[in-house]
Ligand binder design. Sequence first.
Ligand code: SF4
Length: 169
Amino acid sequence: MSKAKIATVWLDGCSGCHMSLLDIDEGLLAVAAKADLVYGPLVDAQEFPPNVDVTLVEGAVSSQDDLKLINKVRRNTRVLVSLGDCAVTANVPSMRNGIPTNVLLASIYTKPPVDGVPALLKNALPVHEVVKVDLHVPGCPPKPEAILFVLGELLEGRRPELAGKVKFG
Ligand code: SF4
C-alpha cells in the first residue's frame, strides 16, 4: 500500500509551530511509517506538489507570496489544517493590522524594501479567510501530543476529536 503524502507550510509565523511538530520526537517515526513528508521547511522541495493528503499550515496570510502559495496549497491538498493560533486567528501577525503598510514599512526600513521582498497585504489574515480550512488546531504553539494525535487520526481516515486536547495561547 502506498504511503500518504504530508506537507507543512510556513507562512507568517515564528516557526514555533514547526518546532512543536519536531517535538513529537519518536512519534515522528510512527508518522513516517505511514506517510512521506513531501514539502515544507524540513524537506528540500522547491514546488508544492500535487495530490497531498494532509497539509499543516503555520502562520497567517500576510503577503502576496503567502496568498499565491496558500491558494496552490489548497488546490493540491485533500485535508488542509490550520496549525496554531497565527493560522487560526492571525494572532501575532495581525498586530500590525490597522497600520497602513507604507507607514509600517517606513517605521522599519530607512529605505523602501528592495526587489524580492514580497508585498504585504493590507492585513494579516487567518487562513480560513482566504481558503477553505478543514481543521483548526489552536495553540501557540499546539502541543506536540495534539499534533501527533491529529496526524494519527487523519492518517487513519478519521476526523480528530479535539475537545480537551487543544486551547488557544
Ligand atoms: S501560533 Fe505561536 S508558535 Fe505558532 S507561529 Fe504563531 S506565534 Fe509562533
